[in-house]
Design a binder for this molecule. Structure first.
Ligand code: AMP
Ligand code: ZN
Length: 670
């Protein structure tokens, strides 16, 4: 079979598995097999850039960076929806439309109202062409590269009875589990968590780096197809067609023969919406017949044939018993409200987050107050207000704590930061334990046989004071600990021993330097190659690394300036922990570009900047940081700086495009 055929078969197969996994939620192969096939495809595509396809499943990982999103006019306007808040409102609505239609029986499609960011995606000849945000309804931003990273959105449609060209509309959402996970990761590195899934979803669409979007667990729920000559007569059939073509149109949508059945749908979902994996703030009711829809038409801002019904957000009142203060791994203090237990949205609520001192002051919340609690996007409910009419006499404004509840050190609050923190990094128990727990966690040193709780035990029994101490532990020492047996003690010690093989980039992440998350750790590890180079880097030097800003650079400097950290790092070195990158041997590596030096400038579409540099080095070329007489080629993307352009012209260095570079890889013989 020829290469192109193999590539096409792989693409088709992977598209199908993507659909099974992300749309139908029913995978038929293992993740491992899927990854293997994807890797195989990626390798073939690397070797044969001439078969590049922007809609290949390999493009899902993103990479392209968009500096300015282009404004695009919608072929069909994106309307808003009128709102209703009661059954009377809906009855009034039906009366209004019946006047226009002349007292016919009206069937409705009832759907959930998904709470995210609206999107309109254009398909032409079965291929995803463009995705545009709602904007002002007339025109929005072209966010195609970001949208393509969302796995449940088909790049190629299934079947063959789709219109030649149509737009499909839906909502980009962030399922609750994924949202919580993202926040957990942020808290891990000492960053402020996101406020709610909706804003995070819409913010994600405007990220410049599509590979960052690819990492977010976004999903897309589709609800309407617009275009000319559509092959269905009703909204409900439209949803079914969308599913047939490979889209995720949620199965909860239901036909209602009359308003009474609409009310049943509303009542059902009012109580069951919290069982859904994502947020919904209401129901959308649509006249089912498209012919009727056309007769009804639009007002200045919304269709007359559809209306949203908003659920009342569930609130209860209860009493604030006390406020406790938690100390995180980075020392950040989070106040938590301890409430008189109360039933809310199907669960018993005992605690609510109070975020920070400002929040407490804003609410003017005091012990003994009756407070209103609401369940929003977060799993932890929040306090929205105090019922001042119920305030007991003689309460005093809440005094925020001034000292750490764990180590009694005076708290500090940096200008511009929301949270207080305990500055006693090296002596505050939850910070010490938290750092060791982070060190052993899966994405860091991934130490098998050692869990978070055991870390607490080890610390409390005086066996470890920092993560370097782990490497001195013996089976005899840990054996007396609670719930330890010979076998588990041996596993623990072996697990720690094995962590000496964990690659440098994970080790760097494991050190728990503030603001150095997984991605930054990778960047720094690849750039500096070993810990000594990183440790010796100056502030300026660090800032010059792609995507490293002031804040991260300062944090790195501060970490290595600390003598305690220096001692710990030296000890880890002596134990044999990896502090150097092991260069991977790339099976596709060639010497096609040997002896040539390239300078890369601007923003690219096929490659990310790092990807482009990698491709040069993988093929034996060198990447220069500035244009000089030694430069052989400048690869210019969008927005190449004018100074560089002039310099290249002065020195008469050929300026080539990304595509020229791809052809170069392709043509040059070994
Ligand atoms: P609003 O922004 O409150 O005017 O509500 C209108 C928006 O609701 C639309 O622009 C859609 O993005 C969104 N929406 C969510 N779910 C649906 C649905 N099932 N049908 C129509 N629109 C929906
Ligand atoms: Zn403390």
């Amino acid at each position: 079979m020829d290469i192109l055929q193999t590539i096409q078969n792989l693409r088709e197969e992977l598209n199908l598995h993507n659909h099974n996994y992300y749309v139908l939620d029913a995978p038929t192969i293992s993740d491992f097999e899927f990854d293997q096939k994807l890797k195989q495809l990626q390798e073939l595509e690397n070797q044969h850039p001439e078969y590049f396809d922007e809609n290949s499943p390999t493009q899902r990982v993103g990479g392209a960076v968009t500096k300015n999103f282009q404004t695009v006019v919608h072929d069909f306007r994106m309307y808003s929806l009128d709102n209703s808040y009661s059954k009377e409102d809906l009855t009034d609505w039906e009366n209004r439309i019946q006047k226009v239609l002349g007292n016919v029986a009206i069937t409705y499609t009832c759907e959930l109202k998904y709470d995210g960011a609206s999107i309109s995606i254009t398909y032409e000849n079965g291929k995803l062409k463009r995705a545009v945000t709602r904007g002002d309804g007339f025109q929005g931003d072209d966010v195609t590269t970001n949208i393509k990273t969302i796995r449940s959105i088909p790049l190629h449609l299934k079947g063959n009875n789709y219109p030649k060209k149509f737009d499909i509309r839906g909502e980009i959402i962030l399922p609750l589990v994924g949202f919580e996970k993202m926040n957990q990761d942020l808290i891990e590195i000492g960053e402020t968590p996101y406020a709610n899934p909706r804003n995070t979803a819409s913010g994600s669409l405007k990220l410049q780096d599509s590979s960052e979007v690819a990492k977010r667990p976004l999903d897309c729920l589709l609800y309407s197809i617009v275009g000319n000559n559509l092959p269905f007569q009703t909204q409900f059939e439209g949803l079914q067609s969308a599913r047939d073509w490979g889209f995720k149109a949620p199965p909860q949508a239901q036909l209602a023969q009359n308003l009474h059945e609409v009310f049943e749908f509303i009542d059902y979902w009012d109580t069951h919406r919290h069982d859904l994996p994502y947020e919904t703030d209401g129901v959308v009711i649509k006249v089912n017949s498209i012919q009727y829809q056309e007769e009804l038409g639009y007002t200045a801002k919304s269709p007359r044939w559809a209306i949203a019904y908003k659920f009342k957000s569930e609130q209860v009142s209860t009493i604030l018993n006390s406020i406790s203060y938690q100390v995180g791994r980075t020392g950040a203090i989070t106040p938590v409200a301890n409430l008189k237990p109360v039933q809310l949205a199907g669960t018993v609520v005992k605690r609510a987050s109070l975020h920070n001192a400002d929040q407490i002051e804003k609410l003017d919340i005091r012990i003994g107050d009756t407070v209103f609690v609401e369940k929003g996007g977060e799993i932890i409910p929040k306090i929205i207000a105090v019922d001042f009419s119920q305030r007991p006499e003689s309460t005093k404004p809440t005094q925020y704590i001034t000292h750490c509840p764990e180590c009694q050190t005076e708290l500090v609050r940096n200008e511009g930061e929301a949270n207080h923190y305990c500055p006693n990094f090296y002596g505050c128990p939850p910070q010490i334990i938290g750092r060791i727990q982070h060190y052993i966690s899966r994405k860091a040193m991934d130490i098998e046989g050692l869990g978070g709780e055991t870390v607490g035990l080890l610390y409390n029994n005086g066996l470890v004071h920092n993560y370097a101490d782990l490497y001195e532990l013996t089976v005899e020492q840990v054996l007396p600990l609670e719930r330890m047996a010979q076998k588990s003690a041996e596993n623990l010690v072996n697990g720690i021993e094995k962590s000496k093989e964990i690659p440098f980039e994970n080790v760097l992440y494991a050190l728990g330097i503030r603001y150095v998350g997984e991605t930054v750790a990778k960047k720094l590890a690849r750039h500096y190659k070993n810990i000594d180079a990183l440790q010796n880097a100056s502030l300026m030097d660090l800032i010059l690394v792609d995507e490293i800003g002031d804040r991260i650079a300062n944090s790195v400097i501060e970490f290595f300036e600390n003598t305690e950290n220096q001692i710990i790092v030296n000890r880890l070195k002596q134990y044999g922990v990896q502090f150097e990158i092991v260069e991977k041997v790339n099976p596709n590596a060639t010497q096609k570009l040997a002896g040539k030096t390239f300078v890369v400038s601007g923003v690219f579409t096929v490659f990310s900047r790092d990807g482009l540099k990698e491709a040069i080095e993988d093929n034996g070329g060198k990447v220069g940081s500035s244009i000089s007489a030694k430069t052989d080629y400048v690869i210019a993307g969008d927005n190449m700086g004018p100074a560089k352009l002039e310099k290249a012209n002065q020195l008469k260095i050929p300026i080539i495009t990304e595509n020229d570079f791809i052809s170069m890889l392709n043509e040059t013989q070994n």
